[in-house]
Every structure is written in C-alpha cells, then in structure tokens.
Design a protein around this ligand. Structure first.
Ligand SMILES: *Cc1c(COP(=O)(O)O)cnc(C)c1O
Length: 384
C-alpha cells in the first residue's frame, strides 16, 4: 500500500498512543500510605492522614486552617454555609466557570449573580462587578480559572468597600500565586478540589482554607453532621456528612509532598507548548500570564482567532481522530438552562466558543507536545 505524503503523516499519528486531556500521576508513596491505612485498619474519616494532609495543606497555602471534605463541590457548599449564606441572598460569580460554583450558591437557596470575564484569561472582570452589587449581595466568588489567578487586589478592594466576604474557588489553581503569595490565603476563605484531573488528587476530595478561627470551628461542626465537639450525639444544628476518608487523605498527603516538583513539571510542559505553538500564532491565541501572577496551567488553553468560533468543534473532532483528546472551554453559566440569561456577557460569548483545552498532564513528553501541535496544525487546515 502506498501512502501519499500527507496521509502518511496522519496515519502515523493515528497509530500512536492516544493522548488524554488529563491524567493523574501517582507514585509508590501514594501506594505505601494507602497500604498503611489498610494495615492499621484506619480507613474511615478518622486517622493520622486526614490531620497531616490538613496541616500540610494549610502550610502550603500559608494559612492557619485547612478543613478536608469529600469533594470540591461540598467544600464550596460547606464554606457558604459557614459564611452564613441564606435564602434570598446574592453572590457574585463569573459566568465562565465549572457549574459547581453556581450550584453551591443555589444549594443555599441564594442566587448566583453572573459577571462577565476578561479577554484572554476568561477570569472574572473586576471592573464589571460593582454594577451587579445590590443590597442583597453577601459575597464574591472569584474563580482562578484554568490555573491563572484572579486579580485579588481588585477583588478585595471592592469587597472591603461594600462589606462583602470573598471565597476563592481555587479548585483549578493549587500553587498559583498573586504577587508571590499562594491562592488559598487571599480572601476570607478558599476552596480546592482534588478530583482526578486536578493539579493534585485524592480521587475525589476537597479542602477549605481560612485564617478565621470562628469560621474554622463552624466548618468542622457542619462537616460532621453538626455534632457538638464536646458532647457526643448532641446536634445543635443541621449539618452534613462531608468528611474526607483517611484513604483519600493518604493519597493527598503523598501528592502534596511532591507538589513543588509537579508544579515545575507543569511549567516545563507549558514552556514546551509555548515554543511549539509559536508558529501557529496567526491562527490561535496562546495563554498569557499577568506580570503579578504565577499561572499553574491546570489546563493549557488556546483560543481560535475572532471569527473562527464556528471551526472549534470540527477542529476538536479532527484532533480526536488523530488520537488527541481535547476539551472545550466551559459553556458560560448564562447559556445553561438552570442559569439562563439572554444577553449581557459579550466577552464570555466571544471567548468561550473559541477556547480549547489541550492535553495537560505530567505523563506528557516533548514528543507528545509536538504531536499535539501537528494535529492542531493539520486540523486547522494548515501546512506551517
Ligand atoms: C472541579 C471544580 C469544582 C468542583 O470540584 P469537585 O471535586 O469535582 O466536586 C468546583 N469549582 C471548579 C472551578 C472546579 O474546577
């Protein structure tokens, strides 16, 4: 069988191993700690790994307290309960986020009030927040989307002026920094996720970080069904079971012990992408990093040029056929049935439809990045 030169290239790509958009990276340390849980019979939500993971994570974020939960969505819900959110209240969130941010507000009977985003990072636009603040507004949830932190100085200035709390949704941004300070300690409190595709993982898991002692006590109370810590089986409030298991925490602790290395590998990967994609700059927008920010590249995110939004889904289908899994940037909340609004978010509309998450995980080598580049180039109909 004789291949034409261009089909040869496509077929060579086709027979190579599929590149997933995200994958966890585990080591022998995770295995050792999990086996220790089983050997010692501490498999439920008490045990030394929960405490060690919480303490280590608090230190990593530079805060006094960290409270582990069973996932990132329950961390958000629990934080909002701890902050005293009530039915009828309003909370400011970006329209471009993962739906858990909006849902957690909804679980409290409160209303998520959407705000448009910045071009490029698709993070919440601080300049658009003030016009959405009403007498019912209780707080702001900035989301550090795809690993690039939000301009927290601007958010905190606004919050202080209006007497609002600030909850960082840092589910995608473990280790991201604003002016050299880690996210997680930049607002009233912050939440993280340890789902399998996040920067570090516990399978399923979450964490709340805060410097507020009274908030910490409320979070621990509500996380454990509301049981009085000094009186067993006495429940002064209606709480939840949002506890993390010792097994999850064992995996989390091992992941945390390696996080500096994992973050530098992510930066190396982003550097490979920046170099490889330089030649496609006429067709795509590459991610950027604000001068005050450390981006942790949870997802290496590119955008097609303005006017090319209609090509996006076809590009992703073609890349998939070449063994490269990608993901679209999240649909904005204002186009989804539960939170639908007809208009008012021009930047989100313009950017979310053109965004593609390229594979971003620590099993990738330089050769994989080059394969992604070739597949993207060919999918865009290019020959560069
Ligand atoms: C992943 C994620 C969550 C929810 O975390 P889960 O652990 O999946 O429940 C919340 N917010 C954002 C921005 C996320 O990316």
């Amino acid at each position: 069988m004789v291949f034409q030169p261009n089909t040869l290239k496509t077929n060579r790509l086709f027979f190579l191993k599929r590149i997933a958009v995200a994958e966890p990276k585990l080591s022998t340390r995770e295995k050792e700690y999990v086996l220790d849980c089983i050997d010692t019979n501490w498999i439920s939500s008490n045990g030394k790994y929960v405490e060690q993971f919480e303490r280590g994570f608090a230190r990593f974020c530079g805060v006094k307290h960290a409270i582990a939960t069973n996932n990132g969505t329950t961390a958000l819900h629990l934080a909002l309960v701890g902050l005293g959110l009530q039915p009828g209240d309003e909370v400011i969130i970006p329209t471009v986020t993962y739906i858990a941010t909006a849902n957690a507000v909804h679980y409290c009977g409160a209303t998520p009030v959407l705000v448009d985003v910045c071009a490029g990072t698709v993070n919440i636009d601080p300049d658009e927040i003030e016009k959405k603040i009403t007498s019912r507004t209780k707080g702001i949830i900035p989301v550090h989307l795809f690993g690039h932190p939000v301009d927290m100085d601007a958010i905190n200035t606004l919050a202080a002026r209006h007497g609002l709390w600030v909850l960082e949704d840092a589910a995608q941004a473990h280790g991201a920094q604003v002016h050299g300070k880690n996210v997680g300690g930049l607002g009233t409190c912050a939440t993280f996720s340890f789902y399998g595709n996040k920067i570090i993982t516990t399978g399923e898991g979450g964490m709340i970080t805060t410097n507020d002692d009274a908030l910490e006590a409320r979070l621990r109370l509500y996380r454990g069904q509301g049981m009085d810590p000094l009186r067993r089986y006495w429940f002064p409030v209606v709480g939840f079971n949002y506890r993390m298991t010792n097994i999850q925490a064992a995996i989390g602790l091992a992941q945390l012990e390696n996080i500096d290395c994992a973050l530098s590998e992510r930066h190396r990967l982003a550097g490979w992408y920046n170099n490889a994609l330089e030649s496609l700059r006429k067709k795509i927008v590459l991610p950027s990093q604000a001068p005050w920010a450390r981006h942790v590249y949870w997802m290496y995110n590119i955008f097609l040029r303005e006017g090319d939004a209609h090509l996006r889904d076809e590009v992703m289908v073609r890349m998939d056929a070449m063994g490269i899994e990608t993901r679209p940037v999240f649909y904005p909340m204002h186009v989804l049935p539960p939170y639908r609004e007809e208009s008012g978010y021009p930047v989100a509309d313009l950017w979310s439809q053109r965004g593609i998450n390229l594979p971003t995980h620590l099993h990738m080598r330089l050769a994989d990045v080059e394969r992604v580049r070739d597949a993207l180039d060919q999918s865009l109909g290019g020959d560069s």
